[in-house]
Design a protein around this ligand. Structure first.
Ligand SMILES: Nc1ncnc2c1ncn2[C@@H]1O[C@H](COP(=O)(O)OP(=O)(O)O)[C@@H](O)[C@H]1O
Ligand SMILES: [Mg+2]
Length: 351
């Protein structure tokens, strides 16, 4: 049975519906990210789960129990926010102890639990520090320890890393994931950063204007984007506008070239527009793969580990990446080239 179930969840503020028919089942111990641009409703869904907002429709259940009538403090949920929301007038120990004190936990038990939490985040030596005496990364680790101290059944993290600089962000996300695995706590992590979501999640929900566009593993989301939005947001850079040539032969037309797809959705008729996606790492100029497109080089840029070449194919600009090598010759603008790829990498996506 799923641990956290969001069933047809809705939220309107006045006349504006910001969460629409949101459905999601999360297993116990799973790490799920909500990924989407600013304003798509991620925080609103999280706040409904925590009980800070009342849904306009639908239900939330945790461990088989309907949460809609429960108050925030009855849900046993730990939360970490983007801005360091530590109590500025309390030291690290008292911040982490806060939830336990409110719950009336005996003093000796609080001592032991806080010690355990500070060991978990490797800050035992800073128990007496105040928030202003610590770096952003350290403050977020304390916020995590504070959220985990009362042994919540669910952990919600709302863009906890976005105020930190790049290097700390990467090391802290790995640390969060490692702690989450160690405790086996079911976690929902909100982010607008696709690389972050891809790197740490069991599954990702890609959100677009209050809806879940696609739910899947990082590999499914990246390799098989279902919609134009997912393909563009998650980084499948090449979107190719084509028209259906012959549905029975699974062929499409791109400018003056006709090419066969591995699969053609049943509903498509000759002449219909069809949107295709091709990941930049799926193409190459060497003649490998069972599909090819003729094009003309627009530009070629050296990005360090890869060289990204943009070529014009019909009215589309298609980028592809080649790993750097010391003897690599860069394609020159205007050069006529053949882009080779495997037909299974050319996907049909919903527009
Ligand atoms: N209390 C509120 N009253 C009115 N509109 C709100 C309120 N909270 C959020 N919104 C609106 O709902 C939409 C989704 O917001 P939010 O869930 O914060 O998005 P995200 O976290 O994905 O950036 C935004 O357009 C936001 O302006
Ligand atoms: Mg938000």
């Amino acid at each position: 049975m799923s641990f956290l179930v969001l069933d047809n969840l809705q939220k309107s503020f006045g006349a504006v519906q910001v969460v629409k028919d949101f459905n999601m089942s999360i297993d116990k111990g799973e790490f799920v990210s909500f990924l989407g641009p600013s304003g798509c409703g991620k925080t609103t869904v999280l706040r409904m789960i925590a009980g800070f907002e009342t849904p306009s429709g639908g239900t939330i259940s945790i461990n088989g129990k309907d949460q809609n009538r429960l108050k925030t403090n009855q849900r046993n949920i730990g939360m970490v926010f983007q801005a360091y929301a530590l109590f500025p007038n309390m030291n690290v120990f008292d911040n982490v102890a806060f939830g336990l004190k409110v719950a009336g936990t005996p003093k000796a038990e609080i001592q032991a639990r806080v010690k355990e939490m500070l060991a978990l985040i490797r800050l035992e030596h800073l128990a007496d520090r105040y928030p202003y005496q610590m770096s952003g990364g350290q403050q977020q680790r304390v916020a995590l320890a504070r959220a985990l101290a009362p042994k919540p059944q669910l952990l919600l993290l709302d863009e906890p890393l976005s105020a930190l600089d790049a290097k700390i962000r990467i090391s802290l996300r790995e640390e969060i994931r490692q702690i989450q695995r160690q405790l086996g706590i079911t976690t929902v992590f909100v982010t607008h950063d696709q690389e972050e979501a891809l790197s740490i999640s069991d599954r990702i929900v890609v959100m677009n204007a209050g809806r879940a566009d696609q739910i899947g593993t990082p590999s499914e989301i990246y390799n098989r984007p279902a919609t134009r939005f997912v393909a563009s947001f998650v980084g499948t850079l090449n979107m190719i506008d084509a028209t259906v040539e012959d549905p029975a032969a699974r062929t499409v037309r791109i400018g003056d070239q006709v090419i066969a797809l591995r699969e053609m959705p049943g509903s498509h008729k000759a002449g219909d527009p069809i949107l295709l996606a091709l990941r930049p790492e799926a193409g190459s100029l060497s003649s490998t793969g069972d599909s090819r497109l003729q094009g003309e080089v627009i530009s070629s840029s050296f990005l360090g580990s890869v060289v990204r070449t943009k070529i014009a194919v019909g009215a589309n600009a298609v980028s592809f990446d080649t790993f750097n090598a010391p003897d690599l010759t860069m394609p020159t603008p205007g050069e006529k080239v053949t882009l080779n790829f495997s037909s299974q990498d050319l996907l049909v996506v919903r527009d």
